[in-house]
Design a protein around this ligand. Sequence first.
Ligand code: ZN
Length: 230
Amino acid sequence: MQNNNKLKFVVLNFALILFLNFGYGQTNNITVRFIGNCGLYMTDGTSNIYFDFPYKSGAHHYSEYNLSELDSVKNHPVFIYTHRHSDHFSGRLVRKLSKKLDGQIFTPRNAEKLKNLNKELKDFTIEPIHTKHHFSFNHYSYLITWHNKKIFISGDTETSDTIATQKDLDWAFVPVWLLVDAMEKKINLGGISKMFAIYHIGPRDQITNAAADPKIKLLNKQGERIAISY
Ligand SMILES: [Zn+2]
């Protein structure tokens, strides 16, 4: 009898674990993989979106990346760029990859076409927001809403005025100078986003999360992943 009960418990437990794994388990994630500079690969398991990648490896003394990154780009990729500086964008590489893998390319020059993605991709909307960047006439930041998660891609813009108008973001991807600008302007970052990921950290930069702020994630390891569950 005792043994029987034990067995029942084990079976029940086993069923519960299976249920958790295959039912409403942790499979519902948007995964963000940091490639280098502002290069990000995002997927919900169905769509494959690349921000500011491929760029020219090592351009402007910023991060290099392993060439295997180019080989690992998935089929039907969507490439979205904040601007066309070479530490963010390589026209030659992205055209080649897009042709090979049946992709789509969006830069500030055709950003208005991004609204087509809102119909193509599941539970996805993207809003391009024109922002300023020195020496670049055309620079966009992007607000994505994907499976009801709000993700903000800042790019290289120097001023925090645009992000200051956002609220209830889940993740904001920003360079460190944007946070410095926001702090100088006494903008309440807490109300803007639950989490901040700091990207575009070059090999010459020394950036630490000195206060160990749990809302700040330093993207200083290439290949690192962030999971956003929904
Ligand atoms: Zn840059």
